[in-house]
Design a binder for this molecule. Structure first.
Ligand SMILES: Cc1cc2nc3c(=O)[nH]c(=O)nc-3n(C[C@H](O)[C@H](O)[C@H](O)COP(=O)(O)OP(=O)(O)OC[C@H]3O[C@@H](n4cnc5c(N)ncnc54)[C@H](O)[C@@H]3O)c2cc1C
Length: 406
């Protein structure tokens, strides 16, 4: 089939996680004709703690709130399984979701805005065409070609659009999770966070309605050590023998400071763009917010392309890059600095966050989205410490694992 015979979409969004479904919904609300595709059959599982911060809350459509499974009013902060301090608040400072239900609700909101959604439809490749972008589909009986004026790549951390755009990653982690059964459980409104022994690693327990998500995250390259870390955390919680409903793992990656966000009429959003905060590895709010920015820019760009005004199209697309750099990038840079602090000074950082009033208030404010990491990193004391931190070489997780084994 030649391109002339193909139906041309204003916007095709690849990947229906929080970034993709938000991009699709916002573009459709702005008047674009939008197709959203995902290679998985929906609803689909996604390895994720499902922690919803105040920033995520503000960026999501109201309908998705119906999927909240728990509100967190107690938060335990500990280090290597000990020195736990419980933070309490009358108002919840985090909400918890199961990603299957949450992501489906976001897709439903996109469909309600007029988006056509095709699941079990994998994108295998993309190339520039005179009218915009040609996408090749494949597998699962979804072979074919699609044509779009603008594409939003939201296909996650190992997606194909990152490679097409040339996204550069500064770091990567392996997250491992176990969902364990927990009916009428004691953790209903309590979450736990435990800073680990290896550089930058941490473990968590996040409650859901009738289960607990228990997970660990650490630098890639030491999968056996990461698995052992998860089992240790389960033993520390007294949950090694609990009924395991599901076990899974996922790679996360975050962008380098100057990584591109666009190539021609292809934008990348969410984790496909490496938009993940490297310290806490919080990614949902970045996916929702970059998705909204990409959707708005894609709709304007497609409207310009329809009239043949490619200069106006490109201006709209450049606007996306500028918005991400202005609104989101500073917190990612700050998160990378905080990760460095966690890797080099885990004990003082834990003491500050758990044992000082200022630290506890800051932690709660970060969860609620009332404080920005970038503001913290610009604090005069942090600025004085930064050059000192920058001088010390980072010890990679792999080297640490070998030392431990010796
Ligand atoms: C262990 C772990 C715990 C986490 N916990 C939290 C947390 O508690 N809170 C938080 O805010 N963040 C958390 N994150 C990060 C968060 O999960 C991600 O940042 C977020 O899911 C990114 O959303 P996204 O829409 O960019 O990508 P995704 O949610 O990964 O969605 C990408 C979609 O693209 C689809 N896709 C991929 N390739 C193709 C293709 N070729 N064609 C079509 N479709 C394709 C996939 O099927 C998928 O549905 C965690 C991450 C991990 C690994």
């Amino acid at each position: 089939m030649s391109d002339a015979d193909l139906d041309i979409w204003d916007v095709i969004v690849v990947g229906a996680g929080p970034a993709g479904s938000t991009a699709a919904r916002v573009a459709a609300e702005a008047g674009a004709r939008v197709l959203l595709i995902d290679r998985a059959a929906f609803p689909r599982y996604k390895t994720c703690g499902g922690g919803i911060t105040g920033r995520s809350l503000r960026a999501m459509p109201n309908a998705a709130r119906a999927t909240f499974e728990a509100d967190i009013t107690e938060f335990g902060l500990s280090r290597e399984g000990g020195d736990r301090v419980m933070l309490h608040a009358d108002e919840p400072f985090l909400a918890m979701v199961q990603r299957e239900r949450f992501d489906q609700a976001l897709v439903d909101a996109a469909a309600a805005a007029g988006v056509e959604f095709r699941d079990a439809t994998a994108m295998r490749g993309l190339e520039e065409a005179p009218e915009g972008i040609r996408l090749r589909l494949g597998g699962d009986g979804s072979d074919g070609v699609l044509l779009a004026r603008v594409v939003v790549g939201a296909d996650g951390s190992s997606g194909r659009t990152s490679g097409y755009v040339g996204v550069e990653f500064a770091g990567s982690d392996l997250g491992l999770e176990v969902e364990v059964e927990a009916i009428d459980h004691e953790w209903a409104s309590t979450a736990l966070f435990d800073w680990g022994k290896d550089a930058g690693a941490y473990a968590w327990l996040f409650p859901k309605h009738d289960s607990l998500t228990i997970g660990v995250i650490q630098r890639t390259g030491v999968p056996d050590a990461t698995r052992a870390y998860l089992e240790l955390w389960l033993r520390q919680l007294g949950l090694a023998g609990a009924t395991r409903l599901r076990e899974s793992g996922h790679l996360t990656r975050w962008r380098s400071r100057t990584s591109p966000l666009r190539r021609g009429p292809v934008l990348v959003a969410g984790e496909a763009a490496g938009l993940l905060e490297p310290w806490t590895r919080e990614g949902i709010s970045f996916a929702l917010r970059s998705g909204a920015m990409a959707g708005a820019a894609a709709a304007s760009a497609a409207a310009a392309a329809r009239t043949g005004d490619l200069a106006a199209r490109d201006l709209a697309l450049v606007g996306y890059v500028a918005a991400v750099e202005r609104e989101l990038a500073p917190d990612l840079v700050a998160g990378a600095a905080m990760l460095t602090v966690l890797e080099r000074f885990p004990v003082p950082l834990h003491r500050f966050l758990a044992h000082t009033r200022r630290g506890r208030r800051l932690f709660v404010a970060l969860c609620r989205g009332g404080a920005r990491l970038s503001a913290l990193v610009q604090h005069p004391l942090t600025r004085i410490a930064a050059p000192v931190l920058a001088r010390r070489p980072r010890r990679p997780a792999r080297a640490r694992a070998r030392l431990d084994a010796a």
